[in-house]
Design a protein around this ligand. Structure first.
Ligand SMILES: [Fe+2]
Length: 553
């Protein structure tokens, strides 16, 4: 009998993941459906968003539902309401099991289980996870008395039949005791960009700075525990520094220097705890999850500056990925064995929305719709002529990186493209880097990279002889956060790269997520066309169609 399991994450970046046997039917973050970034889970999500978008939720009876929470406490009344909504909207049976998973354990299941690694050390680092009293993993140190304590960094040794927690760092939730790498980076981000989910902006900004000009102060690291030194505490908590961007050159430089110092302190401490974990676990392979695993520059140092030989970071290492962790945990509970599902591509969005893309019926009469006989040749032509193209095809990416199913593509040889895409399409800061995509076998030609990077998890130096040839995708420090692609992962994108190389001699394209200002990545054809309408984007490719606001020569 084929079992069906649903994983639910109702925290920040709320998401669901539906498994059937050994395949992922659909995984999607709520933000893609509501068009609000980092949208938290709430009552009514299934009725209003998930079930209409993932009809498979009602097609087969669900054998288990696994939900993870963080420090949110649900009242019994609220819990009852959640349960009633699931019963009302899904196909459940009297035998459907309801399970709960604590937050870091859900991150672990999202990283180790689909990694394909037989054994691995696992590191989970975010701002905060579950209260220690709610853990459903075994932890040899036992649970301390203080009910306020919550997990902030967790370290494990994993084998197919073992998931041992080696250590955890806990925090009582008070700002006077603030600790851990996730909270550090969160506070650093608030210095420049208040609000949620702006950590990526700090990474971009940091590359323009000189850490030493701001401070050489490090974080305090003892084995696996990280705390803020008095200097960092005073700068981020007691009398927080605040920068407003954009600013004049001098103030921009001061902000960039401070960001660089924070990034450096973060990276050094991360490398230290990884060294500790390598020794404590006795293993050479590492899986890393939690929101901090989105820090590409730091991830690169895990590859270069620690003894770990292999590193797996899932495509959605933040909270959205815990829905998959929950589902894999549930499947293991039902079958008694580790799931054989591997997270090898990230095109896990609902099949129904993927199929609907190609219909693209409703466009304004003054717009132009063409159906070229040779679609990818025509797209190449548009790119070579300096057009920006939004590509939406098939199932969307589940993680925050667009990997060629919901991507904006452009010619990386044009230096003006960086400012044009950042300012006129994405409405974001000029210093945000734009990424390259390249065929896996050609990556070493352009980049100092050893091995695949299919989910943009780390950065690589662009070879000096190519920095002026593909300037739109080279960050100011000479690096790029690239995606490597194979014909198996994405045949159309691979083919397009080949065509572009035949035309230009360069096998690299600019690839950034398909969205306008302050919005999540597009999900539907309607989202893509709205982006075309409201931005300077030149065309949208919804195979087999190309849609533009006017005829493009
Ligand atoms: Fe998390």
């Amino acid at each position: 009998m084929t079992l069906t399991v649903l994983g639910i994450n109702r925290t920040q970046d709320a998401s669901i993941c539906l498994l059937r046997g050994n395949s992922i039917v659909a995984m999607i973050a709520k933000e893609r459906l509501t068009r609000r970034k980092h949208h938290w889970g709430a009552l009514g999500d299934f009725e209003r968003f998930y079930v209409p978008s993932v009809p498979e939720l009602r097609e087969t009876p669900i054998d288990a539902i696994v939900e993870c929470f963080s420090t949110q406490e649900l009242s019994p009344h609220k819990e009852q309401q959640y349960r009633e909504e699931l019963q009302r909207t899904l196909r459940l049976t009297p035998r459907t099991r309801f399970l709960r998973l604590s937050h870091h354990f859900a991150h672990l299941y999202s990283a180790y289980d689909p990694s394909g690694l037989e054994e691995a050390a696992v590191m989970v680092i975010d701002a905060q996870g579950s209260h220690l009293r709610n853990l459903n993993e075994r932890w040899s140190s036992g649970v301390p008395d203080d009910p306020r304590l919550r997990e902030i960094m967790s370290f494990y040794r994993c084998r197919p039949d073992e998931r041992t927690c080696l250590a955890k760092q806990a925090w009582d939730g008070t700002m006077s005791q603030v600790a851990g790498l996730g909270m550090f980076y969160y506070l650093l981000t608030q210095t420049f960009f208040p609000g949620e989910g702006n950590e990526g902006k700090v990474m971009g900004l940091a590359s323009y700075g000189c850490a030493e000009r701001a401070t050489t102060e490090r974080l305090r690291v003892e084995d696996h525990q990280v705390s803020l030194s008095e200097w960092w505490k005073s700068s981020l908590v007691d009398a927080p520094v605040r920068y407003t961007l954009p600013a004049d050159d001098e103030r921009f430089q001061q902000a960039a220097d401070f960001a660089a110092a924070g990034q450096r302190a973060f990276e050094d401490a991360l490398v230290s705890v990884a060294h500790w974990l390598h020794q404590a676990s006795g293993l050479d392979q590492l899986c890393f999850a939690g929101g901090t695993a989105l820090n590409c520059s730091a991830n690169t140092r895990l590859l270069t500056d620690t003894p770990f030989q292999r590193l797996f970071i899932p495509p959605a290492p933040g909270d959205a990925g815990t829905a998959l962790g929950c589902a894999l945990y549930g499947m293991e509970q039902l079958t008694g064995v580790r799931s054989s599902i591997r997270w090898e591509t990230d095109y896990l969005g609902p099949a129904s929305s993927g199929e609907a893309l190609g219909r693209a019926g409703d466009i304004p009469p003054e717009w132009h719709r063409e159906r070229p006989a040779r679609l990818w040749e025509r797209v190449t032509e548009l790119l070579v002529s300096g057009r920006t193209v939004g590509l939406a095809q098939g199932r969307s990416e589940s993680g925050p990186r667009a990997l060629g199913h919901r991507s904006i593509l452009a010619d990386p040889r044009r230096p003006e493209m960086k400012e044009h895409v950042n300012r006129d399409i994405k409405g974001r800061e000029w210093f945000r880097p734009l990424a390259p995509v390249v065929a896996l076998e050609e990556a070493p030609t352009y980049f100092d990279l050893d091995g695949p990077c299919p989910f943009m998890q780390w950065t690589a130096l662009v070879r000096p002889e190519y920095r002026e040839i593909i300037p739109a995708v080279v960050h100011c420090d000479g690096t790029a956060r690239l995606q490597t692609v194979t014909p198996e992962q994405n045949p159309d994108l691979y083919h397009l790269l080949q065509l572009f190389r035949e035309r230009t001699g360069i096998g690299v394209l600019l690839n950034t997520s398909f969205n306008g200002k302050d919005e999540p990545i597009v999900e539907s054809a309607a989202d893509a066309l709205r982006c075309l309408k409201t931005t300077a984007l030149d065309a949208v490719v919804l195979p087999p169609f190309i849609i533009s606001k006017s005829v493009l020569d």
